[in-house]
Write a protein that binds this ligand. Structure first.
Ligand SMILES: [Zn+2]
Length: 225
């Protein structure tokens, strides 16, 4: 068995999206976003999709069993044969437990939980320094790392640059608090069962990618033995 079944953990702004895209390309993994999966199942009107919709219509959270049931169906599809990268799940220890049991029922298991670590202060600096053009939101600058020639003016069209509400320091700190309270127990859980691999997210995206790729390649070799 040489499949790679991975989950990716890390705070907002750590670059999980970029690393997920690269890992998927490197190792041919199915990228399973639970949010996308949920929407797709509801649209298709599958049995699990109908169950999920009844909770969503009632304004309730979709129970873990329903989500885990969907993941079980999804990982059996052909594109996940070499493995998958799970995004957005699990978010807590009981979900992690339910996922582990469901995969066990399929005679599969997680290969690793990859954690991209970045100190809060670095994340605040990264995110709060972002400025976007009012005319074209794809014109993005950073006050420290990629400043415009003239303060608060877009180099490309001369429009004003603003800080989005999402990038405000208070908003970022609130999101980080939520992240820490939800995810730290999960990190401890994967550490306890020997699946956690840590990566220094203060480095450049290329360096983080190289480190993750090397680690994952080694894990796959070990799986083959
Ligand atoms: Zn612009």
């Amino acid at each position: 068995m040489s499949e790679l079944n991975l989950i990716l953990l890390g705070p907002p702004g750590a670059g999980k999206g970029t690393q997920a895209d690269r890992l998927r390309e490197d190792f041919g993994l199915a990228h399973i976003s639970t949010g996308d999966m949920l929407r797709a199942q509801v649209e298709q009107g599958s049995e699990l999709g109908r169950q999920a919709k009844s909770y969503m219509d009632a304004g309730e959270l979709v129970p873990d069993e329903v989500i885990v049931g969907m993941i079980t169906v999804r990982v059996a599809e052909s594109d996940a044969g070499d493995g998958f990268l799970l995004d957005g799940f699990p978010r807590n220890e009981s979900q992690a437990d339910a996922l582990g049991k469901a995969l066990g029922g399929l005679e599969r298991r997680l290969t690793a939980a990859l954690l991209i670590e970045v100190p809060d202060e670095d994340l605040v600096r990264r995110l709060a320094g972002r400025r976007v053009c009012v005319k074209s939101p794809t014109h993005i600058y950073h006050v420290d790392f990629d400043p415009p020639k003239h303060e608060d003016v877009c180099d490309q069209d001369g429009a004003r640059l603003i800080q989005r509400d999402d990038d405000r320091e208070e908003t970022i700190r609130r999101r980080l608090q939520v992240y820490h309270s939800q995810t730290e127990p999960l990190i401890a859980y994967y550490d306890r069962i020997g699946l956690l691999r840590r990566f220094d997210g203060r480095r450049s995206a290329d360096e983080v990618h190289a480190h993750i790729r090397a680690t994952v390649a080694t894990l796959r070799l070990e799986e083959k033995l």
